[in-house]
Design a protein around this ligand. Sequence first.
Ligand code: S3P
Length: 221
Amino acid sequence: MCNNIILIGFMGSGKTTIGRELAQKLGQILIDTDSLIEINYGMKISDFFKRFDEAKFREIEKNLCIWCEKNLGNAIISTGGGMPTIYNMRNMGKVIFLDTPFNEIKKRILNDGVENRPMIKDIDSMLKLYNNRLQIYKDMAHFSIDTLDYKENIVDKIYHYLKGWKLRAILSVSDKTNIVFFAKELISLGYDILSTGGTLAYLQKHNINAIDISKYTDSKE
Ligand code: S3P
């Protein structure tokens, strides 16, 4: 179900711009979480923060994550910069971190104007937030990409990464109840099925295209 592509990163890292390009290239729908919140609340995020507090915003973001996880299976989701601090984005799909050095972020945010960035008071607070978040983004991502490049190249790199994506699930069980159902679910999520022995034979008999694990001699596989 959750075969979405999730773009995470600090404010100004280009999540919406890259998300839009990627959605066009892949022919998928872009869901921009900030825009959804703005539409639902009828106000800009900056006005939301003037009226409510950060805790309320995070609660809405968390509910939105749960909604995305339950309802979206094949979308590009560009997230608000704080979302990975409150929810495990990996529950929603493949997570891509748009990794942008602080100096570039600072330049972009100062160009846009800090008045639209309620989380940022000054350069010091920006740097502190950036440093607090960097490791969270890195740890959560399946794939990180340097964004100091033309957006076409960034989108191309993500595209090629996604094409090469191979998840593998190893199935070897004595109780075969529901195993065909689970294998089909995993395949629909983009997993390869690796198996062995009796389980492999059982899966193959039920038309599951499982790979024979004994063909792998390298333990790193
Ligand atoms: C925030 C980032 C913003 C927006 C809100 C809070 C954050 O989104 O969700 O102002 O905590 O980093 P962008 O990252 O799209 O600017």
